[in-house]
Ligand binder design. Sequence first.
Ligand SMILES: Cc1cc2nc3c(=O)[nH]c(=O)nc-3n(C[C@H](O)[C@H](O)[C@H](O)COP(=O)(O)OP(=O)(O)OC[C@H]3O[C@@H](n4cnc5c(N)ncnc54)[C@H](O)[C@@H]3O)c2cc1C
Ligand code: SF4
Ligand code: SF4
Length: 838
Amino acid sequence: MKTIIVVGNGMVGYKFCEKLAAKEESKNFKIIVFGEEPRPAYDRVHLSEFFENQDAKALEMAPAEWYAENNIDLVVGERVSDINRTDKTITTAKDREFSYDYLVLATGSSAFVPPIKGVEKEGVFVYRTIEDLEGMLAYAAKIKENNPNAKAAVLGGGLLGLEAGKAVMDMGLEPHIVEFAPKLMPRQLDSRSSQVLQLKLESIGLNIHLSKATNQILGDKAITGMEFGEDDVLDVEMLVVSAGIRPRDELGKYSGLEMGTRGGIVVDNKMQTSDPNIYAIGEIALYNQMIYGLVAPGYDMAGVAVDQILGYTETLMPDEIDMSTKLKLIGVDVASFGEPFMPASKGHSIIFENKTQHLYKRINVSLDGKSLLGGILVGDASDYSMLHQIFLNGMAIPEDPAQLILPTTEGGASFGDVMDLPEEAQICSCENVTKGQICGTIESGESKELADVVSCTKAGTGCGGCKPMVKDLTEATLKSLGIEVKDSICEHFDFNRQDLYKIIQVKGYKTFNEVLDNHGNDGHGCELCKPVVASLMASINADTANKEYAIQDSNDRFLANIQRNGTYSVVPRVPGGEITPDKLIALGEIAKKYDLYTKVTGGVRIDLFGATLNQLPLIWKDLIDHGFESGHAYGKSLRTVKTCVGSTWCRYGMAESVSFGIELENRYRGIRAPHKIKGGVSGCIRECAEARGKDFGLIAVEGGWNLYLGGNGGATPRHAELFAEQIDNETVIKYIDRYLMLYMRTAKPLQRTAAWQERLEGGLDYLKEVIIEDKLGIAEDLDHEMQTLVNKFECEWTQAINDPEMMKRFNHFVNSEEDDDNLVFVPLREQKMPEKWV
Ligand SMILES: Cc1cc2nc3c(=O)[nH]c(=O)nc-3n(C[C@H](O)[C@H](O)[C@H](O)COP(=O)(O)OP(=O)(O)OC[C@H]3O[C@@H](n4cnc5c(N)ncnc54)[C@H](O)[C@@H]3O)c2cc1C
Ligand code: SF4
Ligand code: SF4
């Protein structure tokens, strides 16, 4: 029986074992794997997830038993120290010797630490293994004990450096990224996209220092700072070095294998080294004069080596390796694919940029305009999967390629459907899974849902970049077979919003991570599930958007609505539209002080436009000093209750619409819901407040109020339906309480009451049975839940400006004096407006 020895039990070494074990012929071999780390191979790509639960087992590629079950001897915690190529033996650091017929080197790489003076000091880490992370966590806790505002730096602004920066931030340290190059992610991004990424990262709290060469690390025993120049020092108490990788090629060197001039063991397209019995795969292998620091090429190499050893000699490594990447940072979309930078002689670049919205999209197309050669996406990478597929499969692109990246409002078009992809389109490049395989496992009945598809094909289990597309394909195939698709909110949860509502309520969860850890799938969450969970937390626990602000959508994150030119609008609450002259004057003075454009809105309040981010806290401080509070114009929450003057002034008025409108607005202010909510109160059937165009509307009639529910304006206007007639104030409140609570519990994300009500089985009659007759026996719960929310109301702007911790998200902007060239205003009827977009 021949022996295969694998040196290195990292991701690629493991993948070799997995692919080998899947072949019948593997039974004819004795397989021994040596790993130097103290545990079986784990998912290094998702290493950062270790910070969340510190559960090393959760990252395991396969448990130790798997190796035994598959006839593989796994030896962990033992380094292979030498190879004797003549005798075909290896020796380990424990001085044990083993013979091989085939040797597979999968020793990967280690983090490169530049030889900077003082780099050996305590508090300097690399970011590569679980042990590194354990060390960082313990050290961070120690320094925070002495200094709660401790700072930490990451040396290197590449893909991994940014991930490390986010990890440091999540540890509660003030994060600084120090990069030698004049731009971030120099291997993947051009200068303009790097600038946009920088703005975006700064907006979430990372401090970026570019073009900085570190002369020395300061401190006695432990690090206290980094010195760049004579008077240029950054005080930090911890440093994570992420300055690239170096192949662990010492075994190749000692045993005289052919090496690259800058390291790495040279291999051919069979993954064979200069010794035909020795193969090298993963980050140790120098193929086409390159080390590929990504997992997908490593997995391909593992497959080639397995086939070559088993005699399937036609399996070869392709010449071209796809280096497309997507950054895994939460809240920051960055991706590059194909050729991100391209000389003008080779094709045309089309660029769409909006710095203020932190958006940059570039595609490179061939000179004849017919094919996509590569691109960069910053700020919004939702098109990444489709663009990547168009690139990989050489699919035709629109006559005007700009349509691929422009927002629909600017002439863009939604392009391509997953089902249009060719069967052989490679969807998951890590596991080499095609569209045909994904659809096939569903069509054959083997897979009934996404989880089955993932476990049958392994699609999405590598870097995870393809997960959204695997989900889309699964759903589209299920639908085409007439199978009902579960409306889970995204790939991270198998639940819809309603299920999650119940889960959070029953379990009493208070943070996003609790929900994700206990009920989510792999990953950190995304832009879909995070705001949904944030909204649910708010609806259940009365949390404001200041709690876990990182999971809020962008308007909620800054408690303001972003406008066309990237400035923000400020809308204080004016309940029922009633405002004193003093408050009107104050609004005018504040608007003048900050040079804001003012306009009375359709919801009877006053909108102040043109505020920059750094002005927001200052403006709100002034407003709050004058008795205003947040109007939640940015939230999926109650906006306004519009009122007519009613019987207070109007001679037709049958009831005090203003007083009741104010009472209702104050009752429901700040309550988060699946979408925005508006109310209206009219003093008689002349309906001056347009109450029937609102989510809840009241019209005063003889003997009380008529209550209308489920109306809205907007793109698909709908009149509210008459729900109850001639009811008194108390009953109105009871019914609206129950209605809104039911809506908050059961609607889909971003579904207005009108659409929800329309699709409700049983419609208005069902609503009456539940709300008025209490058919489900839940009325008391609904009343109680709403009253709790009402009692717990807090103005989130007051909360924010009074809490230094919450203000941190604005700190950068408050201190920034920098002018934004994109902000150009032109005069408009004695005020100003943004210059027209060109
Ligand atoms: C934080 C982080 C995030 C990443 N994110 C991504 C990503 O998003 N996408 C992506 O494609 N890639 C990513 N990568 C890179 C990816 O993890 C690597 O490409 C992949 O792990 C390489 O696998 P490997 O098996 O070749 O090497 P390694 O994972 O380095 O494994 C090699 C193993 O061999 C062991 N070893 C070395 N020498 C010996 C010896 N002499 N004897 C015994 N054992 C030995 C080492 O201890 C190690 O356990 C990331 C890496 C990190 C650190
Ligand atoms: S709705 Fe009736 S009460 Fe209200 S202002 Fe109009 S006419 Fe007057
Ligand atoms: S209707 Fe609303 S969304 Fe549309 S342009 Fe006017 S303010 Fe903007």
